[in-house]
Design a binder for this molecule. Structure first.
Ligand code: MGD
Ligand code: MGD
Ligand code: SF4
Ligand code: MO
Length: 741
C-alpha cells in the first residue's frame, strides 16, 4: 500500500448563484473529497446551500463535453480546436461578406456574468462581430432594473442595493431570496440576515402571488394579482405623498422631477387599485405607514416585478418610493456599492458602458436596443422572417434560450434553420443540439474567479479572488481563450494580418483575465496604483494572500458624487417611464370585468435548481418531482383537477401537460410552474436531466408579451386555461392491427 498525499485545501467563491459564498474544498489524489462552507469568509461566514457540492458534480459530470464537437450527417464528431476555429470563422466571415454584419447574431447567457474571463473577453468578440443583433439573458431578467438605473442615475449598473444588515423595514416584491439566495442583492445567508433584521425589531413584508418560503418567515405576506404591482406601488406612493409631504431630506437638493410625479400618483388611491391588485386599501395604507415610520426602510423588487408587463414601471416606482421617503443613499435604506474593481466609476476600458436606449431597432418588430442589445423575445422572428438583414448565423455563449426565453418552441424551430450555429457551452442541451459546432470550455474549477459584477451588487463591500482548483485539462480552452481566438481570427479575416492586431492579440493572451483584474484592482478606489502612500492598497497579490476574502466595510452614502448624469442630479421622472403610465391606466380601466375562467401563470424557483442547467446533478434532482403546477384548491375543484394527477395547460402559444399540486399557497386565480425544465427534447446528452425532464414553462410564455418600455419578457401573468389531461389512450391488445369495431 502506498500512503496517499495529505489532502490539499482550496478556498474559493462558489460562482453558481449571486450569493458569493466562500467554500472550502478538499482535494486528495486529484479528486474532491469534501466541499464545506468557509467559516473564515467575512461575508458568507460559513454559509452554503445544497448547490455548493454540485461544484464537484459539474466538474466530474461524464456528460460534460471535453472536446470541440462538430455535427455531421452521421452524428457528433470530435474535431480539433484548430479545425473548429478556422472553419467557424471562415464561414462567419463569408456570411457577413455576403449579407452584412447583422446576419450574425449572438446570445450571451447568464453564466457569463459568473465568469471572470467571459466578462472580460466577451465584449471583444461582440465588437469584432459588429452586429446589431446581440441578445442576452438580460432581457428575460433584469433589463428593467438596468434601464431605469440608466435613466434615473446615469449608469445601468447604478442599481440601489438594500442595506439588509441595517434596515428596520424591508418591503419585498417579486423576490424569493430563500430559494434564489438573493439577486441584485448579493447576500450570502439571507435567512440569517432576515432573522437578525427581525431580532433588532425590524419587519419583513412580502408582496407575492404565492406564499413563498420567504413569505413564510416574513412578518406579513400580502397576495397580489400578477402583473398589477405597478398599481400597488402607485397607491403606496399616493399615500406616502398625501398632502404633498415628501421626506427626501438631503436628497431634495439633487432630485429633479418631483413635480411630475406628484400629479401622477394622485390618480391611484388604494381604493381605486384594490379591485385589480386584490390588495385591500387598509393593508396598503398600513404598509405605507410602517414604511414611513421605520428608522431606515427599503423597498426591493426582483424578477417577479421585472419579468412582467409593467417591469420598468415597477422598478422605477420602487426607486421613487425609496427616494421620496428619504431612504436612498441612507444607512438602512438602499445604497450604492463601492466595489474594489469599479465597473461604474473606474477607467472606461475596464468598465461597463453607462447604457443607452433606442439607438437602433429590431428589423421585424421595431423594438429598441438597450445598452447595445435587442430584446431576446425577437430572436426567433429575426431568424424566421425572410428578407434583408435576416439572422443566418448565431453564436451562443453559456446560454440555453430554448428553455429560458419566451415561446421556446418557436426559437427551437428557428435555430434548426440557421446556416451556422456555434455554441460555447459545456453541454449538449436543448439549445446547443442545434449547433454546428460546440466549443466546450474548461471546467469551472479549472479557472480563477473574481466576481466582477456581483461585488457591484452586494450588500457589503468585499473582495475575494479564487485561484483555480485544478490545472486545466490537456487540450482544453478557457471561455476567454475561445472568445479571444474567435475575435482575433474574425478581425484578421476582415482586415488582413496587421502587426498591430497581432501584437494586441498576443498581449491580451499573455495578460489574460488575472492581470486585467490586477490592473482594475490597483486602479480602483482601494488600489495601490495611484496612491504611492497606500503601499498596502488592493492588488491581486493582496487578494491571493487573503484566501478568505477581504472585508471593505458596509455600504456608504455616495450621492450625489456617484451619480453618472453629468448634472449629478437624480432624474425622478424619466420621460419614457412617465409616458408608459397611460398604458398602465388603459390596461386596468375602472370598469374592467373579470376574465371568465382564465388563470394567470407565474414561475417559481427552488433552492436545488439553477435555471435550466443543473438538472444533470443527481444530488440536486432526487426526491419528489418539482416540476408541478401549483393550483389553488378553489380553482382545482372548479376545474376538476386532482392532486398529483396530470393537467393540460394551454396558452396562446402552446400546451404542456404536467402533474398538479393543489395548495392554498397560491392566490386563487393564479397557477405556478417552475422554469428551466423541459429536458424531454430529443438529441440532448444529459442523462440525469432527461430522466427528470418536466416541461418547459417557456413553451407557454408568449414572445409577444413584453414590458413595453424595455422589451423585457413578461413571463408573469401569462393567461392560461387548465383542464384535466386526457387519460393516455389504452394500449391496444397485442397482435390486433385494427381497432375493435
Ligand atoms: N435556487 C435557485 N437560485 C437562483 C436561480 C435558480 O434558478 N434557482 N436563478 C438565479 C437567477 S438567474 C436569478 S435572476 C435570481 C432571481 O431571484 P428572485 O427574484 O428572488 O427569484 P424567484 O425565486 O423567481 O422570485 C420571484 C418571485 O416573484 C413572484 N412573482 C411572480 N409574478 C409576480 C408578480 O406579478 N408580482 C409579484 N409581486 N411577484 C411575482 C414569484 O411568485 C416568486 O416568488 O435567482 C438566482 N438564484
Ligand atoms: N419563464 C421563465 N423564464 C425564465 C426565468 C423565469 O423566472 N421564468 N428566468 C430568467 C432568468 S432570470 C435568466 S438569468 C435566464 C437564464 O437564461 P440562460 O442563461 O439562457 O439559461 P441557463 O439555464 O442559465 O443556461 C446556461 C447555459 O450555460 C451553460 N454553462 C454553464 N456554465 C458555463 C460556463 O462556465 N461556460 C460556458 N460557456 N457555458 C456554461 C449551461 O450548460 C447552459 O447551456 O432564464 C430566464 N428565463
Ligand atoms: S447560495 Fe449560491 S453561492 Fe452560496 S453555495 Fe449556494 S449556489 Fe453557491
Ligand atoms: Mo437571472
Amino acid at each position: 500500500m502506498t500512503a496517499s498525499a495529505p489532502p490539499q485545501v482550496h478556498f474559493r467563491t462558489c460562482n453558481l448563484c449571486e450569493a458569493m459564498c466562500g467554500v472550502r474544498i478538499e482535494v486528495a489524489d486529484g479528486r474532491i473529497t469534501s466541499i464545506k462552507g468557509d467559516d473564515a469568509d467575512p461575508f458568507s461566514r460559513g454559509h452554503i446551500c445544497p448547490k455548493a457540492v454540485a461544484l464537484r458534480d459539474l466538474h466530474e459530470d461524464p456528460d460534460r463535453l471535453r472536446h470541440p464537437m462538430k455535427r455531421t450527417a452521421s452524428g457528433w464528431e470530435r474535431v480539433s480546436w484548430e479545425d473548429a476555429f478556422s472553419d467557424i470563422t471562415r464561414r462567419l466571415h463569408a456570411l457577413q461578406q455576403e449579407h452584412g454584419p447583422h446576419t450574425v447574431g449572438a446570445y450571451l447567457g447568464n453564466p457569463n456574468v459568473h465568469n471572470l474571463g467571459a466578462m472580460m473577453f466577451g465584449p471583444g468578440l461582440l465588437r469584432a462581430l459588429r452586429s446589431r443583433n446581440r441578445f442576452s439573458a438580460t432581457s428575460v431578467d433584469q433589463l428593467p432594473h438596468q434601464l431605469v438605473a440608466h435613466f434615473m442615475f446615469g449608469h445601468q449598473l447604478l442599481v440601489p442595493i438594500p442595506d439588509i444588515d441595517r434596515t428596520r423595514y424591508m418591503l419585498m416584491l417579486g423576490a424569493n431570496p430563500l430559494a434564489s439566495n438573493g439577486s441584485l442583492m448579493t447576500t450570502p445567508d439571507v435567512r440569517a440576515r432576515l432573522r437578525s433584521l427581525q431580532e433588532r425589531g425590524g419587519k419583513v413584508v412580502v408582496i407575492d402571488p404565492r406564499r413563498t418560503e420567504t413569505a413564510g418567515i416574513a412578518d406579513q405576506h400580502v397576495f397580489v394579482r400578477p402583473g398589477t404591482d405597478a398599481l400597488a406601488l402607485f397607491s403606496l406612493l399616493h399615500v406616502v405623498l398625501e398632502g404633498n409631504a415628501h421626506r427626501m431630506g438631503r436628497l431634495a437638493a439633487f432630485v429633479d422631477g418631483l413635480d411630475t410625479v406628484v400629479p401622477l400618483v394622485r390618480d391611484f388611491p388604494p381604493e381605486r387599485t384594490a379591485p385589480h391588485t386584490g390588495i385591500a386599501p387598509e393593508v396598503l395604507r398600513g404598509i405605507a405607514r410602517d414604511f414611513l415610520a421605520a428608522e431606515g426602510a427599503v423597498c426591493y423588487g426582483r424578477v417577479g416585478v421585472s419579468t412582467q408587463p409593467f417591469g420598468s414601471l415597477c422598478q422605477w416606482l420602487i426607486n421613487v418610493l425609496n427616494i421620496v421617503t428619504g431612504n436612498l443613499d441612507r444607512e438602512g435604506g438602499a445604497l450604492f456599492t463601492q466595489p474594489a474593481f469599479d465597473l461604474i466609476g473606474g477607467p472606461r476600458a475596464l468598465g461597463v458602458s453607462p447604457g443607452s436606449h433606442g439607438r437602433w431597432k429590431s428589423r421585424v418588430r421595431g423594438l429598441p436596443e438597450s445598452s447595445g442589445e435587442l430584446p431576446v423575445a425577437v430572436l426567433a422572428e429575426e431568424i424566421l422572417t425572410p428578407g434583408d438583414g435576416r439572422i443566418r448565423a448565431l453564436i451562443t455563449v453559456a446560454g440555453n434560450p430554448v428553455l429560458s426565453t419566451p415561446n421556446g418552441t418557436q426559437l427551437d424551430t428557428a435555430l434548426s434553420q440557421l446556416d451556422l450555429m456555434v455554441s460555447v457551452d459545456p453541454y449538449l442541451n436543448e439549445t446547443t443540439r442545434h449547433a454546428h459546432y460546440i466549443l466546450p470550455p474548461a471546467s469551472l474549477l479549472e479557472r480563477g474567479h473574481y466576481d466582477l459584477v456581483f461585488h457591484v451588487l452586494a450588500v457589503r463591500n468585499t473582495a475575494r479572488y479564487s485561484p483555480p482548483v485544478f490545472a486545466p485539462a490537456p487540450d482544453s480552452r478557457q471561455d476567454w481563450e475561445i472568445l479571444l481566438e474567435l475575435q482575433h481570427r474574425l478581425e484578421t479575416l476582415r482586415h488582413g494580418r496587421t502587426a498591430r492586431a497581432t501584437l494586441q492579440y498576443q498581449a491580451l493572451k499573455r495578460l489574460g483575465p488575472e492581470r486585467l483584474l490586477d490592473l482594475g484592482l490597483r486602479m480602483g478606489p482601494y488600489g495601490s496604483r495611484f496612491h504611492p502612500l497606500k503601499k498596502d492598497g488592493l492588488s491581486l497579490a493582496k487578494l491571493r494572500a487573503s484566501p478568505h476574502g477581504i472585508d471593505l466595510g458596509p455600504l456608504k452614502s455616495s450621492l450625489p458624487g456617484r451619480l453618472r448624469h453629468r448634472s449629478k442630479r437624480i432624474q425622478l421622472a424619466p420621460e419614457l417611464l412617465v409616458a408608459d403610465v397611460a398604458r398602465l391606466r388603459a390596461a386596468f380601466p375602472d370598469d374592467a370585468a373579470p376574465r371568465d375562467g382564465e388563470l394567470l401563470l407565474i414561475g417559481r424557483r427552488h433552492l436545488r435548481d439553477n435555471n435550466s442547467w443543473m438538472h444533470n446533478v443527481p444530488g440536486l434532482v432526487k426526491g419528489r418531482p418539482r416540476c408541478t403546477l401549483m393550483v389553488h384548491p378553489d380553482d382545482a375543484s372548479r376545474l376538476g383537477l386532482a392532486d398529483g394527477v396530470d393537467a393540460t395547460i394551454r396558452s396562446r402559444v402552446g400546451e404542456v401537460t404536467v402533474p398538479v399540486a393543489i395548495t392554498a399557497d397560491v392566490m386563487p386565480g393564479v397557477v405556478s410552474l417552475p422554469h428551466g425544465y423541459g429536458h424531454q427534447r430529443s438529441g440532448i446528452r444529459l442523462q440525469v436531466a432527461s430522466a427528470h425532464a418536466g416541461v418547459s414553462i417557456n413553451d407557454l410564455t408568449d414572445e409577444q408579451a413584453l414590458d413595453a418600455v424595455s422589451g423585457n419578457a413578461a413571463f408573469s401573468a401569462t393567461p392560461v386555461r387548465v383542464r384535466p389531461a386526457e387519460p393516455p389512450a389504452p394500449p391496444s391488445p397485442s397482435g390486433s392491427a385494427t381497432p375493435a369495431a
